[in-house]
Design a protein. Structure first.
Length: 94
């Protein structure tokens, strides 16, 4: 099998394995990995299979948090938190 970050070429063939490691550029945004496979008679797939991930190295920007005490409860309001790449998916209250 051969793994590459280029869809047009691959030159580092290695024995097939269920898991493999490949170095990818450490940059914001989408990254695709391409794989070619070869059988025991050296027949290779003509076009690679691929998958993509989105790399996000930028932390969300801080916003404001306000807490208002009520009758046995707290009302918490968060605003202006942002993340330009992936968005805000969850938060933790501690």
């Amino acid at each position: 099998m051969c793994l590459s970050t280029s869809a047009s070429s691959c030159s580092n063939w290695e024995p097939y394995s269920n898991t493999a490691t490949i170095s990818v550029p450490q940059a914001e945004g989408p990254v695709s990995v391409y794989a070619w496979f070869e059988d025991e008679f050296y027949n290779r797939n003509s076009s690679p299979v691929s998958d993509s991930i989105i790399q996000d190295y930028t932390a969300p920007t801080d916003g404001t948090l306000s807490v208002v005490q009520g009758d046995g409860q707290l009302t918490i309001t968060a605003s202006s938190f942002a993340d330009s790449s992936a968005g805000i998916s969850r938060y933790w209250m501690v």
